[in-house]
Design a protein around this ligand. Structure first.
Ligand SMILES: Cc1cc2nc3c(=O)[nH]c(=O)nc-3n(C[C@H](O)[C@H](O)[C@H](O)COP(=O)(O)O)c2cc1C
Length: 202
């Protein structure tokens, strides 16, 4: 880790952006798999691990992929308030990032990302029943003919209608740095892409 100052707000902000960018590219980085939270239409809190697929640093947008039929898509359409939690043990940094989510399905955004998706990854979108459907058997929901193998391009294309890109516009970042010498905590509010900073007691 660099000898980055943990007292300089703009350096901290730059470091956050660098780590989110690394989280997308480096599959071994802990920021690759944040916890994403939202509320369902009965106000129950829902959290799950997702793969961070893109970080648009100039626009402060975090993206992940999902199946259109999954319950979180419907919930986010009703209430688009969401939250990511990241933690890195080595960096000693927790990020809690409040976002506003937008669902993309069968549009320009999904078209572009689907083209970049590997055949094997497309398999996730080929379950016959919707994700979260009950089933009598312990199964992955994918037709037996595709068991253990990569789908052909034609087979994989059936998944496109389910492929969904969730874009999450960052509103606020709660940065927490744990250090024996004294913890530090910074609230960063992003308005019209401009950050403003407020130190807070950890
Ligand atoms: C390492 C890991 C990565 C995951 N990545 C994703 C993902 O990118 N998108 C996704 O929808 N689910 C992903 N999941 C599965 C979710 O955690 C969750 O089980 C699933 O999406 C169902 O959530 P829901 O019932 O809230 O819709 C991942 C799970 C793990 C363990």
């Amino acid at each position: 880790m660099s000898m980055l100052s943990k007292e300089n707000t703009s350096e901290i902000f730059e470091d956050i952006k660098r780590n989110l960018t690394r989280g997308v590219k480096d599959r071994k980085h802990t920021f690759h798999t944040p916890v994403f939270c939202n509320v369902d239409n009965e106000n129950n809190i829902e959290s799950r691990v997702v793969v961070l697929r893109q970080f648009d640093s100039p626009n402060m947008v975090l993206n992940f992929h999902t199946d259109f039929r999954s319950p979180k898509v419907f919930s986010l359409q009703q209430n688009n308030n969401s939250l990511f939690v990241f933690y890195d043990h080595k960096l000693k940094i927790q990020l809690r990032i409040k976002t506003i989510s937008t669902i993309n399905n069968q549009n320009k955004v999904t078209e572009e990302m689907w083209d970049k998706t590997k055949l094997f990854s497309r398999k996730c979108y080929l379950t016959e029943k919707a994700p979260s459907s009950p089933t009598n058997l312990p199964e992955d929901g994918i037709d037996e003919s595709l068991g253990g193998k990569e789908p052909t391009f034609e087979e994989s294309e059936k998944g496109y209608k389910n492929f969904t890109v969730v874009q999450n516009q960052i509103k606020q970042i709660d940065w927490l740095y744990l250090a024996a010498s004294g913890h530090r905590r910074l609230k960063i509010i992003i308005e019209k892409k401009i950050p403003s900073f407020q130190w807070i007691i950890p």
